[in-house]
Design a protein around this ligand. Structure first.
Ligand code: FES
Ligand SMILES: [Fe+2]
Length: 423
């Protein structure tokens, strides 16, 4: 998928420059429709986790943009992503958020479908020339490609394109890091999702996810109240870096800061003694040296294009609804075989992004204020130049900036532009 723009500058050349982006990108309904086609219905999008559907016939509702989907595991254990739309007259066939069923029955005229999308039956079948006449012809929409990495399930509406591993590129190793925090090498998403609807364009959320410039200001109050050391990670003195991982993915690599202190579990705001069961299982599983390194370095903070954000102990999925609105789902990371730490992971996640959580409320206020602002007439651009002159290339060839630089945003926009310019 390469850009085929020749001669005159493309529309997106005029809207996306290396260090600034035009405000209309966040408000234009036509651009949103184009994003659905060129990004959301073309690339790999995170839809759920294998641990949400562990048993044969388990299913969960999910979504890509405005498309209502069902992630199902059939009786053979194969994963499918189905479009929640009846082939008869378009009704929703699945109402429950999750469940276990080998079939789905449409409430309108009772057509039933297998959990792989095949049409199974239709009442009063003589109207269709009898049983067995239209099964092969009609069925639920099925996404042509479903794949998973470290249990994270991605799907694509496009039958062709880069493989999931190619799409993830360097971001794959961040999922490996997350899994490596479990004594059994498996991260799970079994704590249930919270949904927050936000009056903002999805890209404002993506940009914010690895923006290390705002935490001191936006989250200053909660850091102050809780005495959290997180604020210092995103300061001018921090040795943490922002890295453009390519493919629109980016991360805040906090490891340099945590290595400086060399204290296991500092990233989680605790000590090894207070999560003794977890720490001893880690040491048993990986040996003292490796376990200690993993427990010092902590969890990744990575935005995987276009919708999966892992913020150490919690996972977010972004679902755009329109140019002006999106839903952000969030859940706590659970580490398989980890014992006492899992409950703490849930309560810390609730404290930051639950209904009364402060981090998400702080950020949401910022997205919505931004959305209001980008609708105003002057100035027309948003600036993303922070740190461009001090950016450097690391030993693996990735662009890195300091903890507070907009390196990740620039990486996002470069990739966005290449997708939007593609035919
Ligand atoms: S719309 Fe589903 S059975 Fe008629
Ligand atoms: Fe934030």
């Amino acid at each position: 998928m390469t850009a085929t723009v020749s001669g005159k500058a493309s529309k997106y050349d005029q809207l996306i420059e290396p260090t600034r982006v035009h405000g209309s990108l966040y408000t234009d309904d036509e651009i949103f429709r184009e994003e659905l086609e060129k990004i959301w219905y073309r690339t790999w999008v995170f839809v759920g986790h294998e641990s949400e559907v562990p048993e044969p016939n388990d299913y969960v509702r999910t979504a890509i943009g405005p498309q209502d989907l069902v992630l199902s595991r059939d009786r053979e254990g194969v994963l499918h992503v189905l479009v929640n739309r009846c082939a008869h007259r378009g009704n929703l066939v699945c109402d429950d958020q999750r469940g276990n069923s080998s079939s789905f029955r449409c409430p309108y005229h009772g057509w039933t479908y297998k959990n792989n999308g095949d049409l199974l039956g239709y009442p009063f079948n003589r109207g269709y020339g009898g049983k067995g006449n239209i099964e092969g012809e009609l069925g639920l929409g099925v996404l042509p490609r479903v794949d998973s990495y470290q249990g994270f399930v991605f799907a694509s509406f496009a039958s062709e394109g880069p493989s999931l591993v190619e799409h993830l590129g360097a971001a794959a190793r961040e999922l490996d890091r997350l899994a490596g925090l479990s004594p059994e090498g498996k991260a799970e998403l079994t704590a249930g999702w919270l949904k927050h609807q936000t009056g903002a364009n999805w890209k404002l959320l993506v940009e914010n996810e690895t923006d290390g410039y705002h935490p001191q200001f936006v989250h200053g109050a909660i850091f102050g109240v809780t005495g959290s050391p997180i604020g210092a990670l995103y300061s001018d003195k921090s040795t943490a870096v922002t890295r453009d991982l390519g493919g629109g993915h980016s991360e805040n690599d906090l490891r340099p800061e945590f290595r400086k202190f060399g204290e296991p579990m500092r990233w989680f705001g605790t000590t090894e003694e207070r999560v003794f069961e977890y720490a001893s299982r880690m040491r048993e599983a990986y040996g003292d040296e490796d376990a200690e390194r993993v427990m010092i370095e902590g969890a990744p903070h990575v935005m995987i294009f276009p919708n999966l954000f892992i913020a150490e102990i919690q996972v977010f999925a972004i679902q755009p609804l329109s140019a002006h609105e999106c839903v952000q789902r969030s859940t706590a990371v659970q580490l398989r075989g980890a014992g006492d730490i899992n409950k703490r992971l849930v309560s810390q996640c609730m404290g930051s992004v639950g209904p009364a959580g402060m981090l998400l409320a702080d950020d949401t206020e910022m997205y919505e204020r931004n959305q209001y602002g980008v609708g105003m007439r002057k100035p027309e651009w948003l600036d993303i130049r922070r740190g461009v002159d001090r950016e450097r290339v690391d030993e693996n060839g990735f662009k890195i900036g300091t903890a507070t630089d907009e390196t990740g945003m620039r990486g996002f926009w470069g990739h966005y532009k290449s997708l939007m310019e593609a035919e």
